[in-house]
Design a protein around this ligand. Structure first.
Ligand code: M6R
Length: 615
């Protein structure tokens, strides 16, 4: 996710911001830039690529060389803002990199978050004569502030705020005043109070080596930073007194947001990332979905989801949704198998590639094959501008932010949201859409609730869970891919043998494995008939003295069948097609805390790579 940093003080601000940006690298970025005052004019230096020149192959763009190549530039300024961009709206490029400058060049902004109503604002500004240089949502902010400006930057920002919808934190640099103005709603922002200097940033990492004194800006607050003072004001214009705190952790802890591992941080980000996958889209469904999937054929023959690993589990969820609700034949294929069997593809087939990284070699090759066969292709991808996104040329970005833990978590839940959004296009039923949208809106809170409700319990039982040597994850219908994903998580980070199985298939073989060393993890939620059938499978295990860990949205129905030796986790009810998003979260936590108890290398499990770029 983007990182912002700003400097006001008596030292070399460019150096401070440059080093601050390096500290923000862990958030992931594809382009970078700074803006500063140079002889009372705003100057920007931006680069697609890395921050430091040593991080790139010779000849590749980087901010460091660009800063130094300007002979007039003395590598010094006392008021500076900077940004690392993780593309959401518009491809990674120098043009889309921040800071964005207003049309007359009087203001520069850096922004973290998403301005949901940017299209409306952009059209309003275009009608007023503003010209846009980038494809980003953020650029509206620079023009809006310029539009409202009447010799006072703070009032202009306040007026701009009344127009904005979405989550954001941003910093503004003004040509006419020696200040930085910051605002926060939803995205993080904090101020480091150093020796004759202030550094404001997305987290404490840019200033932790200079000062430990920090002020956390709250949602709905603005901050005006001048050379020797700062002033916090709320959006209603009232002054706010805020205590100065001491940064309680070290640099490593900050980059992980205070969590022990990136994986845990990413699990906890899901209420936000789930929201990011739909929030800016649901109000413009007809236009947005048709923009993202232009010329989608009528009379679709099949929908084929192509992916690997966790993304394939999401694709399998897609298969159930497409067949059951869109009534279109569908399948989800291991990309690695698909590419070697000369698949039969028809022109009216729709092939959707799913990938977090957008760089997985097998998925990329599978997509190329279906493209050559003239099928309709699209991507549901997290990394903007990645190879799969480019080959697909259309589809949806997940907006989940960088996923650093090798074990994929938040990408899965965002993919299932995106799959649901895509399937809405295929389902011509307004009632279906309305119901789904209502339930989608509740998901971020449900995700929060399930994390808060289950994490303490799972933490406590993890030492017992880690004593099992084998796990059988069972689920039926749309919960079958959730079982596969749960087992994959346990395998890859706890290094414990875990198999995902369709619960009905269990008695055709795996039932022979049931003994005291095997724990069956059973996902028991959803429609009555499915619940009933899966419950029968669970009873078959109990009848053989098997131990079970049950995830259920109906505790009453199961309670009497379990003993004190079993585990039960309650999950909230939602629509079956959204339930994988909720059901997977306790399974992520189960794998995480088991692996933690076993002292595994959670973020970088042995033998695994984050992006598998070889076939
Ligand atoms: O980047 P992708 O989604 O294309 O990656 C696909 C798989 O390599 C990935 O999901 C892998 O299975 C993860 N380690 C799962 O946690």
């Amino acid at each position: 996710m983007c990182g912002i940093v700003g400097y006001v003080g008596s030292k070399n601000g460019i150096e401070a911001v440059f080093n601050g940006l390096i500290r923000l690298e862990y958030r992931g970025y594809d382009s970078v830039g700074v803006a500063f005052k140079d002889k009372n004019k705003i100057k920007t230096v931006k680069s697609h690529g890395r921050i430091k020149k040593n991080d790139v192959v010779p000849g590749m763009p980087n901010l460091e060389e660009k800063l130094k190549e300007d002979e007039k530039f003395k590598f010094n300024s006392n008021i500076v803002i900077g940004h690392t961009r993780w593309a959401t709206h518009g491809a990674p490029s120098e043009k889309n990199a921040h800071p964005h400058v207003s049309m007359k060049g009087n203001f520069a902004i850096v922004h973290n978050g998403i301005i949901e109503n940017y299209l409306t604002l952009k059209n309003e500004l275009i009608n007023k004569g503003y010209k846009f240089e980038s494809e980003t949502d953020s650029e509206v902010l620079a023009h809006l502030i310029e539009y409202f400006y009447e010799n006072d930057i703070l009032s202009a920002v306040k007026k701009a705020l009344t127009k904005l919808e979405g989550a954001y934190s941003f910093l503004v640099l003004s040509e006419a005043e020696d200040v930085i103005v910051g605002a926060k709603k939803g995205s993080p922002l904090c101020l480091g109070l150093g020796e004759k200097e202030f550094i404001i940033s997305s987290d404490e990492s840019p200033f932790i080596d200079r000062t430990k004194k920090v002020i956390y800006i709250n949602d709905g607050e603005l901050i005006l930073i001048e050379k020797n003072k700062y002033n916090i004001i709320n959006f209603e214009g009232l002054n706010v007194e805020r205590e100065i705190e001491e940064v309680p952790y070290d640099l490593e802890a900050i980059t992980k947001g205070g969590y022990d591992h990136f994986m845990l941080k990413e699990i906890h980000e899901q209420p936000t990332t789930i929201k990011n996958a739909f929030i800016s889209r649901i109000d413009h469904l007809d236009t947005m979905l048709r923009d993202n999937f232009p010329k989608l054929p009528r009379n679709i023959n099949r929908v084929i989801y192509l992916a690997c690993g966790t993304s394939l589990c999401a694709g399998k969820v897609g298969m159930y949704i497409t067949e059951k609700y869109a009534k279109i034949p569908s399948r989800a294929e291991y990309a690695s198998e698909f590419i070697y069997r000369d698949p039969v593809i028809f022109e009216k087939d729709i092939c959707i590639a799913l990938s977090q990284s957008g760089e997985t070699a097998d998925t990329k090759e599978a997509l190329k094959i279906v493209k050559e066969k003239n099928a309709y292709i699209a991507g549901l991808v997290n990394v903007v501008g990645s190879q799969i996104a480019r080959i697909a040329g259309k589809g949806m970005y997940l907006h989940a932010g960088p996923e650093i833990g090798v074990a994929s978590t938040k990408a899965f839940t965002s993919q299932v949201v995106a799959i649901n959004m895509f399937n809405m296009l295929l389902i011509d039923d307004i009632k279906y859409r309305e119901k789904l949208i209502d339930e989608l809106k509740k998901l971020p809170d449900l995700a929060e609730q399930i994390i808060r409700g289950t994490e303490p319990k799972i933490k406590v039982i993890a030492p017992e869970i880690s004593k099992f040597s084998d796990f059988l994850y069972l689920g039926r219908d749309i919960n079958y891919p959730v079982a596969l994903e749960g087992a994959l998580k346990m395998k890859e980070i706890a290094y414990l043998h875990a198999e995902g199985y369709s619960s009905g298939e269990m008695k055709h073989g795996p039932i022979a494995l049931i003994d005291k060393n095997l724990l069956t993890v059973c996902i028991l939620t959803g429609e009555k008939e499915i619940y009933k059938k899966t419950l029968n499978n669970l009873l078959e295990i109990k009848a053989r003295s098997g131990r079970v860990f049950v995830l259920t949205d109906d505790v009453q129905a199961i309670k009497d069948h379990l003993s004190d030796e079993d585990y039960i986790i309650e999950v909230p009810k939602t629509l079956p097609q959204l339930s994988p998003i909720i059901n997977v979260i306790p399974l992520q936590l189960l794998a995480y805390y088991t692996a933690k108890h076993l002292k595994r290398e959670i973020d970088k499990p042995r033998n695994l790579a984050k992006s598998v770029t070889v076939e």
